[in-house]
Write a protein that binds this ligand. Structure first.
Ligand SMILES: Cc1cc2nc3c(=O)[nH]c(=O)nc-3n(C[C@H](O)[C@H](O)[C@H](O)COP(=O)(O)OP(=O)(O)OC[C@H]3O[C@@H](n4cnc5c(N)ncnc54)[C@H](O)[C@@H]3O)c2cc1C
Length: 330
């Protein structure tokens, strides 16, 4: 197995480049690192606690050509039960500073960034309330809610690419609806370290009011069980939206068809495979009732896709990212 040996020796070189206080672990279960609480093991896993550790690890891995998977809170991923062979870097860099400019490291919880900005009278991130991931994961999927997206609030992003640490404009990440260059097939190796945000001023009280309103709407809709949030992206299709009688007028006008609407229309609320279930509260949430396997969760998602395709001729696109060795299921 020459390829395997090569990876082992690259990892050995990578490990020897780390400071003594940083520990590379092997065969680590990813269950506690994901909100779906499912999946196999990471062959190698390293937790990075400050941006200089993070930047050095990312640069060294890029220099060696090692494949890296960066994890924030694991709230938008489903790891295969067969594990993840990439080097997993868990991002625990959480510093947020508001002094003139607003600086936040990508391991900060997106909601904490919102709270600190709100306290300082900066508006724009209210939609982040209730989104459980880190700022880094939010960047990768251009996270959003209530018709706002993170990419609208950015001034600059600090990255490591081609083993070089640098600040780049947001356009470098090619943001679209729930998408960035990091979600495309064969994405470039980019580690997102930090951002500078571009936010407007408002009274903290008005900001909290808006956030509270969003939070109330969320509590009414979101199931309490373990999940990765919306499993599929909403469908942007004006003619489909207009053809659906049950859809609200505002959705029809905006040409937005919620994926949950389509899945529910196929009668799949409450549908189960093993301990994985399509939520009875919100059909775009696949939940783990406790002990669900990653394979069952993915099978459920495939079934929902198949039924929606058959009934509406629409191919749902996953918002959740499948990571690791999915092999034949890919
Ligand atoms: C209950 C619930 C509600 C949710 N509601 C919403 C919602 O309203 N809107 C929405 O958009 N999302 C929502 N989500 C999905 C998810 O929380 C967001 O996408 C979140 O921003 C992901 O962050 P994370 O840290 O968990 O990312 P992870 O799941 O850890 O990673 C996601 C992807 O980003 C990559 N990545 C993470 N950090 C970095 C980094 N620093 N550099 C490079 N790549 C990185 C990972 O490799 C992976 O490909 C919800 C999830 C849950 C569980």
């Amino acid at each position: 197995m020459p390829e395997c040996r090569a990876v082992e020796s690259l990892i050995a070189e990578f490990a020897s480049s780390l400071g003594v206080e940083v520990k590379l672990r092997e065969q680590v279960s990813l269950v506690p690192y994901t909100t779906l609480q499912a999946g196999g093991r990471a062959r190698w896993l390293l937790e990075v606690r400050n941006t200089s550790e993070f930047a050095s690890a990312a640069a060294k891995a890029q220099e060696l050509g090692l494949r890296v998977l960066i994890l924030g809170s694991g709230s938008n991923v489903l790891p295969s039960e067969d594990g993840v062979d990439e080097l997993v870097l868990v991002n625990l860099c959480r510093r947020v500073e508001i002094r003139g400019t607003t600086y936040a490291e990508t391991g900060a919880a997106f909601q904490d960034v919102f709270l600190k900005c709100a306290q300082a009278g900066l508006t724009g991130l209210e939609f982040a309330v209730g989104i459980p991931g880190t700022l880094g994961g939010a960047l990768v999927s251009n996270a959003g809610a209530y018709r706002s997206n993170l990419s609208e609030c950015l001034s600059e992003v600090e990255i490591v690419q081609d083993a070089e640490r640098k600040w780049v404009p947001p356009a470098h990440l090619e943001f679209k609806y729930r998408d960035s260059v990091l979600r495309r097939p064969n994405p470039p190796a980019i580690a997102l370290l930090a951002v500078r945000l571009d936010l407007k001023r408002d009274a903290p009280r008005a900001i909290y009011e808006r956030a509270r309103d969003y939070q109330r709407q969320r509590i009414g809709k979101q199931p309490p069980q373990a999940s990765a949030g919306s499993f599929f992206k909403n469908v942007l299709d004006k003619s489909l939206a207009r053809s659906l009688d049950g859809l609200s007028v505002s959705m029809q006008e905006a040409g937005v068809v919620p994926a949950g609407y389509l899945i529910e229309a196929c009668g799949l609320k409450g549908y189960r495979i093993g301990r994985a279930v399509i939520s009875t509260k919100h059909a775009n949430f696949i939940c783990n009732l406790g002990g669900a396997t990653a394979t069952h969760i993915r099978q459920l998602a495939e079934e929902a896709k198949r039924r929606v395709q058959d009934r509406f001729g629409v191919t749902l696109e996953e918002e959740v990212l499948y990571i690791g060795n999915w092999g034949a299921q890919e």
